[in-house]
Design a protein around this ligand. Structure first.
Ligand code: NCD
Length: 311
């Protein structure tokens, strides 16, 4: 089985059978990661560059670990320590790196559309590791994988996406993925953080009532307030946001059933999520991080299109 696309630019471009293929392949790699020897030779002789023009902890380490577990040769690039600060364009930087015979590019960039631009100009396979406020496809795939682990499937599941929908690439990729896979999605947050067109453009419900939405859902994926992407105040204070939309122990204990709590990280404790919830029994946040490695192994393996998984 093959992916229907040579790059992973966004979930928008994937068919539901591509998503199924990635999740099923990730399941095989998760099994590999439980073995005493966690490494497979699948991407031996493949060279991958991780190009991070924007900060990252989890995603960068997760990609690098996935690449090393697949026996790829790995190069790391962070914009701050590069010739970008001398005025070089992204395309020149990438072409210089590719001339050294690099096969795949993992790109994080603060400009929405950066990986799509690159895909028009280079032949190497590109994986989008987050572009501005557009998409973060591997995050949505690892979120879906983690939902399947926690609840047994995606179809018919009720998923709430909570908080800063407007500035979150995680929200958009999750909306594309979950609706393609037959889950029901409600986005909830303050009206100023939810784009007006959302309910019309996507098959999602919009709510401003956190308690009602948590009562409705099986899983709540709670997002970070992306202050670095807000150039004007969209709510009065972080304290007030926490009071109105933060997920607290009291709020969860007041529900008639147990729900699953997710967060892509980094968490702003005491803002969108209180500490006793982030670390509580409903939280699968660290399982998400763990699953990220298997999911990224699956994506890289399928894009490189080599042999059988797990060999
Ligand atoms: C997310 C991102 O960078 O978009 N983090 C991540 O990749 N785990 C979410 C965020 O920054 O809030």
């Amino acid at each position: 089985m093959k992916l229907s696309t040579p790059h992973l630019l966004g979930i928008k471009d994937l068919q539901s059978h591509d998503i199924r293929l990635i999740l099923d392949t990730a399941r095989q790699f998760k099994e590999v990661l439980q073995r005493p020897i966690k490494k497979v030779p699948s991407l031996r002789d493949i060279t991958i560059v991780n190009l991070f023009f924007e900060n990252s902890t989890r995603t960068r380490i997760s990609f690098e670990l996935a690449e090393r577990r697949l026996s790829a040769d790995v190069l790391n690039f962070t914009a701050g320590a590069s010739s970008v600060s001398k005025g070089e364009t992204m395309l020149d930087t990438v072409n210089n790196i590719l001339s050294m015979k690099v096969d795949m590019v993992v790109l994080r960039h603060s400009a929405s559309g950066a990986p799509h631009f690159l895909a028009k100009h280079i032949s190497a396979a590109i994986v989008n590791a987050g572009d501005g406020i557009n998409e973060h496809p591997t995050q949505a795939l690892l979120d879906a994988f983690s939902i399947e682990d926690a609840t047994g499937g995606l179809e018919g599941k009720k998923i709430a996406i909570v908080g800063d929908i407007m500035h979150s690439r995680v929200a958009l990729s999750n909306i594309y993925l979950l609706t393609k896979m037959g889950a029901e999605v409600t986005v909830v947050g303050p009206p100023t953080l939810i784009p007006k067109y959302l309910a019309e453009a996507f098959n999602v419900r919009v709510s401003y009532n956190i308690k009602e939405t948590l009562e409705w859902c099986d899983v709540a994926n709670v997002l970070r307030i992306q202050l670095e992407r807000q150039n004007q105040p969209l709510f009065s204070s972080l304290r007030e946001y926490n009071l109105a939309y933060g997920i607290s122990r009291k709020l969860l204990d007041g529900l008639s059933k147990k729900i699953v709590i997710m967060h892509p990280g980094p968490i702003n404790r005491g803002v969108e999520l209180d500490s006793d919830v982030a670390d509580g029994h409903e939280s699968i946040i660290l399982q998400q991080v763990e699953n990220g490695v298997a999911v990224r192994m699956a994506v890289l393996y399928l894009l490189a299109d080599r042999g059988e998984a797990g060999n």
